[in-house]
Write a new protein. Structure first.
Length: 296
């Protein structure tokens, strides 16, 4: 199986000690809706085809990546770099620092390991459409040669954006024609810097030069591993081409992820234990897709 770590929480940036201890134990457990725990998720080389990590910073995670590579695990990294102003992202990793980390990933582990995520794309008074063109160009230039894919995800409608220090910043969905035009122009920018632009589970906004994203990608994992990996597709939204995987994070974890167009939510801390079987034992996962449970 493929293990996703995690679309719901930024394990590399915040929970590396827990992840390493679970690898040493050979398993972890994940809480499901209603507090019912699933059976153990094995984390051994004979059970795991590879890991897909989702993060905004791998800086604390370098020793873990070195260790899992020595153990023979394959892995890829979905690396979110957006460069938003502090009003939208009160605790950002700077685009410059994140880009340097992604470049280092490519140099250490190969150019097929990392995918740049421009995720979520927020259209606000501070970040109008033209702002995104200039910002995307700046980051793409810094990542040229380090990755061959830029995965784009517009912020999902119906989600409340983080409340900024100076008040709420209103996010709006762009008009479909505007969205498609932006995707087309971003695809041109990505192409100039050696990347293919992909769009995450938003097929109505696809435009020439862009393709549907396959974020949990068995083919990319196989390239990173240097061996065949065959896992069926099990997308959870229209246009999603992700391979079937088991996600071991917990939705809404403090310091958690913000991936596939999701927007951050405020959650109380719930007693994370780096030595525990669960990332957050009391977690009750929810899906970003109309309240449905994720299929992986």
């Amino acid at each position: 199986m493929i293990v996703s770590a995690s679309i719901n929480a930024d394990v590399p940036a915040h929970y590396g000690a827990w992840f390493m201890r679970r690898l040493e134990a050979g398993y972890c457990r994940v809480a499901h809706a209603g507090g019912v725990a699933c059976p153990r998720v094995p984390l051994t080389p004979d059970a795991v085809e590879g890991f897909v990590f989702w993060t905004r910073s791998v800086e604390p995670f370098w020793p873990v990546l070195d260790w899992i590579r020595r153990q023979g695990f394959a892995f890829t990294v979905q690396f979110a770099i957006t460069g938003y102003p502090r009003e939208l992202d009160p605790a950002p990793v700077s685009a410059e620092s994140a880009a340097a980390q992604l470049v280092r990933l490519a140099r250490k582990f190969g150019p097929r390991v990392a995918v740049w995520r421009y995720d979520p794309l927020l259209v606000t008074p501070l970040t109008p459409l033209n702002w995104h063109l200039a910002n995307f160009e700046r980051i793409a230039r810094a990542l040229a040669g380090a990755t061959d894919e830029a995965a784009l995800a517009f912020a999902r409608s119906g989600r409340k954006p983080r409340r900024a220090r100076a008040g709420a910043i209103a996010h709006r969905d762009p008009e479909p024609g505007q969205a498609r035009d932006l995707v087309k122009r971003l695809a041109q920018v990505a192409g100039r810097h050696g990347m293919r632009l992909t769009l995450c589970a938003q097929p109505d906004w696809l435009a020439p030069g862009a393709a549907p994203a396959r974020c949990i990608d068995a083919r990319r994992l196989a390239d990173a591993a240097g061996r065949p990996i065959a896992v069926e597709t099990a997308g959870f939204l229209p246009g999603c081409l992700c391979a079937r995987a088991t996600d071991i994070g917990e939705c809404g974890a403090p310091g958690g992820g913000c991936f596939c167009g999701d927007l951050p939510r405020r959650r109380a801390r719930r007693g994370h234990d780096a030595n525990g079987e669960f990332l957050f034992p009391a977690a009750r996962p929810f899906s970003r897709a109309r309240g449905e449970d994720l299929p992986f």
